[in-house]
Write a protein that binds this ligand. Sequence first.
Ligand code: MG
Length: 305
Amino acid sequence: MAITKSVPVIDMKDFSTLPQKMVSACEEWGCFRLINHGVPLSLMSDMKDVTRSLHDLPMEIKMRNYNHLEPSKGYTPPNIASAFFESLSLYDAGSAAAVDHFCTQLDVSPQKREIILKYTSAIHDLAKVMGSKLMDGLGLNGEKFKEGISQFKLNRYNYGPETVGLQGAVMHSDAGFFTILHDDDNVNGLEVVDKTTGELISVDHVPGTLVFNVGDAGKVWSNGRFHNVKHQVQCYEASVRITIALFVLPAEDENVQVLPGLVDSDHPALYTPFNFEHYRRQRISTDSPTGEALEFFRSHPKLLS
Ligand code: MG
């Protein structure tokens, strides 16, 4: 029988080996599954129900979450990214005021608001822990993890018989530092590219777990050590797919740059600092969905010395 490859699985309860295992997985795969992450299963399930109910709201209410100035920060209606994908967005999810604003936009009931607050705070805290463990694994115990801004996206893939075999999300890398994905509990679709062989590997759902992946800014941050994994979402079956993603992004007023502790004479900084929003725009204008635009910010230390 053929052995099906899968992404590494990391148990957060393995305290002593956790930082090193995370760093290895980020280097070799740019992606891993996280178990025993501490977010209560009942909260995960409640948040899925809330996400379903928000997407069932009439389009005119969901459009209140649309951000005219910065479309990437608000609701993505169908036909922007794909004909059957839509996504509600909570930008700066670590801020209670931003959560409040999001809930008010969508007329969320007090009970659901409570679930959103608890969930965003639990995943946001987890992201901070993951960031710190990565710093430990990189040998930077003295440096504090700068958490940046977090953005929640509540995604619905409106799959039906006519979409089977189509792409729900095109091949891309994420632009930010890293992403924590709460996948659908029944409907698969996420595929990542194996860095060494180029094969597509299905990341099938495992209920109660989370999937962690590195983005373009994470590659820069680690001075090129971490892999900004390419991934896509396929439609395998005619069932609606609901996922919730937390994107840890650089803060708007901060440059993306190589962690200073990773730079020495043997390891010069591979990238020059850049503004994240500028980079994001460059990704779009140069049609570089899998991080190719990072090459604009490559430094050439040998030429400079
Ligand atoms: Mg993605």
